[in-house]
Design a protein around this ligand. Structure first.
Ligand code: DGL
Length: 266
């Protein structure tokens, strides 16, 4: 049975794990929440790169995975190239804001992107955005949602609501007067867990897009698993560099899994 390690700056990558579990029930998963160092969004690119290397090295030593899913847009944007260089034989699957699917869905061509500062400012995001804007009739309006992943990490409903309203409002004011944003990309893996609050703030008719499903399909392809599932894997193992009981509670609430999380020191 294949083993896949999944990591994020914190609990947000559980939104990716949810899709992975649905598409790859025959894979053994290990999830590491780096909550002790979250959020990554405002850290320097060098710091995020170093941290992603440290985590990957620890996961490789402990679990010898067949693939690693970087379930964090920020770490993917800032570190996935260097991870692939350092571990050339190990397959990495990254998570990027779903700009391309959003282009296919949008009727107005005006697309909002909510992501961390690290992702919005990255060269990788700029290149993807430019490529699509130069080949399709579309325009991306990106807002760096400072503090939002952290508020989700802290499970602070008042802060979440306030920040969501502020950033959705900011996006609205970026669109031209005669065309409104009709599609909103959730470019941080923490945000799908507050999708209902974002949808409510954005109003009716706004389509929200995230990346869990395509990442799960890509992971299945990379592992060469085909569509038939012959075995059922045991429950994933969960680790946190922060408080494991917080991860445990969110795993129960968001994934419906009753299982222990353990502390990870690295
Ligand atoms: N969940 C992460 C992402 O997808 C990062 C959030 C953060 O730590 O700032 O970008």
């Amino acid at each position: 049975m294949k083993t896949v390690c999944v990591f994020d700056s914190g609990v947000g990558g559980l939104s990716v794990l949810r899709a992975l579990l649905a598409h790859l029930p025959d894979v053994r998963f290990v999830y590491l929440a780096d909550s002790g160092h979250a959020p990554y969004g405002d850290r320097s690119p060098d710091w995020v790169q170093e941290r992603a290397h440290q985590i990957t090295a620890g996961l490789c030593d402990a679990f010898r995975p067949d693939a690693v899913v970087v379930a964090c847009n920020t770490a993917t944007a800032l570190a996935i190239d260097s991870l692939r260089q350092r571990w050339p034989v190990l397959p990495f699957v990254g998570v990027e804001p779903a700009l391309k699917p959003a282009v296919a869905l949008s009727l107005s061509g005006q697309i909002g992107v909510m992501a961390t500062k690290g992702t919005v400012d990255s060269a990788r995001f700029a290149a993807l955005r430019q490529r699509l804007e130069s080949t399709h009739a579309c325009h991306f309006h990106a807002v760096a949602c400072r503090g939002l992943a952290d508020a989700i990490e802290r499970d602070d409903p008042v802060a979440i609501r306030g920040l969501v309203h502020r950033y959705v409002q900011a996006l609205r004011s970026m669109a031209p007067e005669d065309q409104s944003i009709d599609t909103l990309v959730l470019g941080c893996t923490h945000y799908p867990f507050v999708a209902d609050i974002i949808a409510e703030a954005a109003g009716p008719g706004m389509r929200l897009v995230d990346t869990g499903e395509p990442v799960a399909r890509r992971t299945r392809d990379i592992l060469g698993l085909g569509s038939a599932c012959h075995a059922r894997a045991p429950l994933p193992k969960f680790f946190s560099t922060g408080d494991p009981s917080v991860l445990e509670g969110l795993v129960a609430r968001w994934l419906g899994l009753d299982t222990a999380a353990r502390a990870w020191t690295a």
